[in-house]
Write a protein that binds this ligand. Structure first.
Ligand SMILES: [Zn+2]
Length: 242
């Protein structure tokens, strides 16, 4: 087995959706997957434009943004190693109403959308895995809408950092206050105050465009309950095992 092949095998397993598939399904899909590097700020698909590739993230987070003319795009969901980008294709829809924006630099497995459409038509385990993920993602988006309405910027920021950490499998991220303000749909000053409060309690550390989670447990206590509600939605969507 070549080194490239070996790296690709290991990387695929690092995506939990792919890892949940029966081994035979997984081996077959592998032939159509490429390991790619995602760059901070890269757009994987734009609203209404054809989805050219699907992505299975490994160690970075992709934000789903909804756009409203005359306003900044608003983050409505986060996708990491537990899922995929381009899931509308599984429902027979060839474009997404949302923008998919890469947060941080990392890696993902990528497949051409034409091949993915073919694969999902012929694979019940892949269909089930993608539908389960899609169900959880819809739950996340719905809970995030309630969260924005009812909870403080500080609690939402704590939840956002925890969710980013879970999906990127990391405690440190490249995130500026300006970027966070866009993601949370608030003014930058609001993020600075909220982050300052979390930093003062030594829950996080900010500097040079990076944020580090110092105390995950206490950051969880500072988050609103939406973090646990969303986590349960994903935990209750059991994966296929083969
Ligand atoms: Zn909340």
């Amino acid at each position: 087995m070549s080194r490239r092949q070996c790296n690709r095998d290991e990387a695929s397993i690092a995506n939990s959706l792919l890892a949940s598939l029966p081994r035979a399904e997984y081996r077959r899909l592998l032939a159509g997957l490429d390991l790619v590097t995602l760059k901070f700020g890269e757009v994987l698909h734009e609203p209404g434009a054809p989805i050219r590739y699907v992505y299975f993230p490994i160690d970075r987070v992709i934000a789903l943004l909804t756009t409203v003319p005359g306003h900044q795009a608003l983050k409505i969901g986060l996708i990491g190693h537990e899922g995929m980008v381009g899931s509308p294709l599984a429902l027979g829809v060839r474009s997404s109403p949302r923008r998919a924006l890469v947060q941080g630099t990392g890696t993902a497995m990528r497949m051409k959308s034409s091949l993915f459409r073919k694969e999902i038509r012929g694979s019940k385990p892949l269909q089930q895995a993608v539908y389960r993920f899609k169900h959880a993602l819809i739950g996340q988006i719905a809970q995030s809408a309630a969260c924005k309405q009812f909870h403080s910027v500080k609690a939402r920021l704590a939840r956002y950092l925890l969710m980013t950490g879970d999906r990127a499998r990391s405690k440190e991220f490249r995130l500026t206050h300006e970027f966070l303000a866009r993601m949370l749909g608030v003014r930058r000053a609001g993020v600075t105050i909220a982050a300052g409060a979390l930093e003062k309690r030594k829950l996080i550390k900010c500097g040079r465009g990076r944020i580090t989670i110092l105390d995950r447990q206490r950051l969880g206590a500072a988050s609103c309950e939406c973090y646990q509600i969303i986590k349960r939605i994903y935990d209750d969507s059991p994966r296929a095992k083969g």
